[in-house]
Design a binder for this molecule. Structure first.
Ligand SMILES: [Zn+2]
Length: 307
């Protein structure tokens, strides 16, 4: 059976607010459907709209509690991915690995040392910002006012590199994006974005941003959010972006980052629509080895390097 890694969903945040269950629900993603469709690793974002950093930290900690509660309730289906070897352990082979991600570093405030606390709670990936400015960097909504990576931001990157926490540049403003790529010396991810050259949207990456990502050895997770895809509906719209980015920088830099339960208007109804993605990529000219890398192998390369 094919294996799929998805770099971004908001399902933990969504069910924490709606009293839902991770095992089965009527949202975009649940464990039962994900298992059937071939998901072997899912990144789970902790997200709360920017606010005073103490208020944000409190909400994020409650979501961490929800995440761990779901991990223990569904121990027969999932395992938390804390180090790369967890993926190779025999008893985990038929389960879905879960990787805890923080979307926006607001919860840290000024305190880079809080990263170590979150690391102890299982956090293994951080996106520096959501759409706005915080102590670390500036989000895409700052536009021309984007001041780039702050000195705190550089400290945070050094600490992430030291601990083995994945760096995610989704949502960053352009200057912050280039600054982070210049400062950080390991391969990174852009967990959920598409190609601006195919469909212009401030959250999509320009050809130049993609070229710099190629230099870094990083990956971009194409997203199923309709606003970032363009006119075409359904999975073909998503595949158009996979084709475009592959032609530009090579398919070894492409992965999946659906944003399930993070947006209302998606070109996929839910995780079950990943079902035939391998066959559909084959129809578009990708070879079996390339398909395996897009769905799984490229993300594994990053996990192996960082965790
Ligand atoms: Zn997002």
């Amino acid at each position: 059976m094919k294996k799929i890694i998805d770099l971004h969903c908001d399902t933990i945040s969504f069910i924490a607010e709606n009293w839902g269950s991770l095992r089965t629900n009527s949202a975009h993603f649940d464990l039962v459907r994900a298992g059937q469709t071939g998901i072997c690793l899912q990144f789970f974002a902790l997200f709360t709209p920017p606010d005073d950093s103490n208020a944000v930290l409190r909400r994020i900690l409650k979501m961490v509690q929800k995440y761990h509660q779901e991990m223990s309730l569904n121990r027969d289906l999932v395992y938390p991915l804390l180090e790369f070897n967890d993926m190779l352990t025999a008893e985990n082979q038929d389960k879905i690995g879960c990787l805890l991600h923080l979307e926006g570093a607001e919860a840290l405030g000024h305190d880079v040392e809080l990263l170590q606390v979150l690391y102890l709670l299982g956090l293994r990936s951080i996106g520096l910002t959501w759409n706005y400015r915080n102590m670390m960097a500036d989000g895409v909504s700052e536009g021309n006012a984007d001041g780039g990576l702050s000195s705190k931001g550089r400290q945070l990157l050094d600490e992430m590199s030291r601990l083995g926490v994945i760096l995610d540049l989704a949502h960053l403003g352009e200057r912050s994006y280039y600054d982070a790529l210049e400062h950080y010396n390991k391969p990174l991810i852009v967990s959920h974005a598409n190609a601006a050259g195919l469909y212009p949207h401030r959250r999509n990456l320009s050809d130049d941003q993609l070229a710099v990502l190629q230099q870094n050895g990083g990956i971009v997770g194409v997203t199923a959010v309709k606003d970032f895809i363009g006119e075409k509906d359904g999975i073909e719209g998503l595949i158009d972006h996979i084709v475009y980015i592959s032609d530009l920088i090579g398919c070894q830099h492409v992965a999946l980052g659906s944003d399930f339960d993070g947006a209302d208007n998606m070109v996929l109804k839910g995780v079950e629509e990943y079902q035939n993605l391998d066959k559909q990529l084959g129809k578009r000219g990708f070879k079996p080895g390339e398909i395996e890398n897009i769905l799984w192998g490229n993300a594994v390369r990053i996990l192996k390097t960082i965790l």
